[in-house]
Design a binder for this molecule. Structure first.
Ligand SMILES: NC(=O)c1ccc[n+]([C@@H]2O[C@H](COP(=O)([O-])OP(=O)(O)OC[C@H]3O[C@@H](n4cnc5c(N)ncnc54)[C@H](O)[C@@H]3O)[C@@H](O)[C@H]2O)c1
Length: 321
């Protein structure tokens, strides 16, 4: 194994130039691992890993995971996939290819290397949930032919592949179902609610809220989430997940808008727009399994995380002045 040759673990992170991938890489490097970051830079940004260029533990490969990849590593984290509706609906066929062919290619690599592999799945596998909060044994309520289906069904199929590789080839797999996460390095133009609201507030522009803002979301700060990833990867091989990783504190979208206005000291007003198709009304994780198996629960409160995220976007906007 690569571990024996290099004396330290060598870890592949796909989607490593993205928001979550780049933070995960920072944690892996800090604990002494070598990281191979694979990204096609569709939504990722080289600046997210710029500080690691020239670092002896870091290597960047520009590659599309829907094509096979041959590298020698000890563990794989598969995060490559556009995550926001604007991005994944831009080229829906490619989104499905990234999820499904990306999973097949990374699982094939893991099978050849006999290594552990992590999948960044999503709460979107629950669709517009008929049960609330969502537990991992809920099978979901997903529209297979809508605008969000390329992402939702792509991720569902990827989960199927992970569990079939487990059953058929005995591969150690770890599947995390990620709920809304936010923080520095989110793409400023991804149309996600946290980044949208913050940028609009910083520019003193009206905050565009879909519907009447009574739909709820739970928001997890990236530091908590990455901690959950690492704990999941360190569990015994017989624990596969899927496991929900997210913050169960639920807020309405209107409350989020109000917090952002308060923390930025903005003059923005709130403006209502029609709800997009298939937009779920409620989304909240049940994290009992993560508590029990990973000893994990989120620690960062919404206002604390928002304050750090606002600082980041404020810096970005100032750079552009
Ligand atoms: N952020 C969230 O709230 C959230 C919620 C649920 C699931 N997830 C999942 O977590 C993962 C990371 O999300 P993120 O928020 O960091 O998004 P992101 O868009 O910042 O990161 C995704 C990365 O994948 C790369 N990528 C896309 N298609 C690729 C391809 N074909 N080949 C190689 N690289 C490719 C992008 O360039 C980008 O760097 C995704 O799989 C996403 O579905 C995120």
């Amino acid at each position: 194994m690569a571990r024996e040759i290099y004396g330290r673990r060598r870890i592949l992170v796909t989607g490593g130039a993205g928001f979550l991938g780049s933070h995960l890489i920072d944690r892996l490097i800090a604990r002494g691992d070598e990281v191979v970051c694979v990204d096609n830079l569709f939504t990722g940004d080289k600046r997210n890993v710029e500080h690691l260029h020239g670092h002896k533990q870091f290597e960047f490969i520009r590659h599309d995971v829907s094509f096979p990849l041959y590298v020698e590593v000890d563990e794989i984290y598969n995060l490559a996939c556009p995550a926001s509706p604007i991005h994944y609906q831009h080229d829906p066929v490619q989104t499905t290819k990234t999820s499904v062919l990306g999973a097949i290619n990374m699982l094939g690599l893991a099978k050849r290397l006999r290594c552990k592999i992590f999948q960044a799945s999503t709460s979107e596998v629950y669709g517009d949930p008929a049960v609330h909060p969502q537990r991992e044994d809920y099978w979901g309520n997903v529209n297979p032919i809508g605008f969000r289906s390329c992402y939702d069904e792509g991720k569902r199929c990827a989960e199927t592949l992970f569990f079939d590789y487990r059953r058929q080839h005995g591969l150690p797999v770890k599947v995390a179902r990620i709920f809304n996460t936010y923080g520095p390095r989110m793409h400023p133009a991804d149309g996600r609610v946290v980044s949208n609201f913050i940028i609009q507030a910083l520019k003193n522009e009206p905050i565009t809220m879909y519907g009447d803002g009574s739909q709820t979301r739970s928001f997890c700060y990236y530091e908590d989430l990455v901690d959950g990833f690492l704990r999941l990867m360190d569990t015994e091989d017989d624990f596969t997940g899927p496991v929900n990783i997210g913050n169960p504190n639920e807020f309405t979208i209107r409350e989020l808008a109000e917090h952002v206005i308060e923390l930025t000291g903005s003059k923005s007003t709130i403006m209502s727009r029609p709800l997009p198709q298939d937009d779920p009304m409620q989304r909240q994780p049940n994290i009992d399994l993560a508590r029990e198996k990973l000893g994990w629960e989120p620690r960062v409160q919404l206002k604390e995380g928002l304050t750090k995220t606002i600082e980041y976007f404020d810096g970005l906007l100032r750079e552009k002045l």
